[in-house]
Design a binder for this molecule. Structure first.
Ligand SMILES: *Cc1c(COP(=O)(O)O)cnc(C)c1O
Length: 402
């Protein structure tokens, strides 16, 4: 028997341990099968134990794991080339996590400011945002729960409401220290909040006028999940900086900070680094992830299945007063429940789903968040739809009866 007693209490895990996985399914230590509609929080886009990923990991592990960035790493150079090709960006720094990718972006913005004679550089960040748990990224995060107790926070962030262009224009007029905007194209932890269609285009315009960097946190939205490689591609704009992690390695820890030419020349030798960042094992794996997304046409599947799931929910829930809205872009799906109607039972839904062998998540208090793997089939999508519909009705009926 193993226990949690020697682990720090950073998480309160559910009473289940998974032993193995295959595709969209996981099996627990009692050999019970579960359908995974969360993908380890948008990490396992290709599903579990994808044979191509397993093969690359085994072959690379048998050859070479690590050398350090003091030497050329061909696997890293190859992956950087692939990432630049699909994003139309120019340079990449590799890290081991999303927070670290954002740390790199924040440091680039500050140095970019200094190079432009702004001695006290500030970055605009949004209310309700999530950028990570390191000191700088939790300071950038727009959620008091993430920050509380860890003051003094890192300085140099200006908070603005999400999806509000006037607020940004107002800051531009009143603050000459701004060097960049850091924003999620869709707020993931914040509740699958999708901004107005031309929001990113307008931010791009302001950044151009002000000579600010537009820095997109695509850690959750990236790697095909929204029905494009990256969410910004729906807007036909280019960011100056973009951060990735989660699905990039399908489960091996890798993050990346990508830049265009302008922002890519800010870091010089000595300005930044990472011991593990971009090691051969992580990079070879991520290259296989990109190849597999292409060969299996998974971006098209994400779009098709995402719209299918969301549209079916929208129709099914049309008459249910307790469901406020269904939001999606590809396979980032949020079902917004009316807090009063479900009477604080939103988080209970995660446990109820687990009892029905389905893995889901609830975020922002009242939003069921679904992040199924990009490989999801029509039949698996139907299973998700049936189980969730039943659970939501059950929670709402219970409330009516009470
Ligand atoms: C998960 C996430 C992060 C943090 O990534 P870690 O790998 O946990 O450090 C940052 N930004 C967004 C949008 C995320 O979803």
């Amino acid at each position: 028997m193993t226990t949690n007693k020697h682990l720090m209490k950073t998480y309160a895990p559910l009473e289940v341990t998974f032993e193995r996985g295959e595709g969209a399914y996981l099996w627990d230590t009692n050999n019970q099968q579960y359908l995974d509609a969360l993908s380890g929080i948008a990490v396992c886009g290709l599903g579990h134990a994808h044979p191509a990923v397993t093969k690359t990991i085994c072959e690379q592990a048998a050859k070479l794991l690590h050398t350090s960035n003091l030497y050329q790493i061909d696997k890293q150079q190859h992956l950087a080339g692939q990432l630049c090709e699909i994003s139309n960006l120019h340079r990449v720094f590799f890290s081991n996590s999303g927070a670290e990718a954002n740390e790199a972006a924040i440091k680039i913005a500050r140095l970019y400011g200094r190079n432009n004679k702004i001695d006290n550089p500030a970055i605009i960040v949004m209310e309700n945002s999530f950028h990570g748990r390191t000191m700088a990224t939790l300071s950038a995060t727009g959620n008091r729960k993430v920050q509380a107790g860890f003051e003094p926070l890192v300085q140099g962030f200006i908070r603005a409401p999400y999806n509000n262009v006037d607020a940004i224009k107002n800051i531009a007029e009143n603050n000459k220290n701004v060097v960049a905007i850091l924003v999620e194209p869709i707020q993931g932890e914040g509740g699958i909040k999708i901004p107005d269609k031309n929001y990113l285009n307008q931010l791009r315009e302001i950044c151009d006028q002000q000579n600010w960097l537009l820095m997109l946190d695509e850690i959750q939205t990236g790697m095909g999940r929204t029905g494009e490689w990256f969410a910004f591609q729906h807007n036909k704009i280019q960011p100056d900086v973009m951060t990735l992690a989660k699905a990039l390695g399908n489960g091996v820890p890798i993050g990346a900070c990508l830049t265009n030419e302008k922002a890519g020349n800010v870091f010089q030798p000595g300005n930044h680094g990472s011991t593990f960042g971009g090691n051969p094992l992580m990079c070879a794996t991520a290259s296989t992830v990109i190849d597999t997304i292409k060969t299996e046409k998974l971006i098209a599947n994400a779009k098709k299945m995402g719209d299918y799931i969301a549209n079916t929910f929208t129709n099914k829930f049309a008459k249910l007063e307790g469901v406020r809205e269904v939001r999606n872009m590809g396979l980032m799906i949020g079902i917004v429940l009316d807090n009063d109607q479900v009477n604080g039972e939103c988080s209970e839904l995660v446990k109820m789903a687990l009892d029905k062998n389905l893995l889901i998540n609830v975020t922002a208090g009242n939003v069921i968040r679904l992040l199924p793997p990009l490989i999801i089939s029509q039949q698996q999508a139907d299973t998700i739809i049936d189980k969730i519909s039943e659970l939501v009705s059950r929670v709402l009926i219970k409330k009516e009866a009470a």
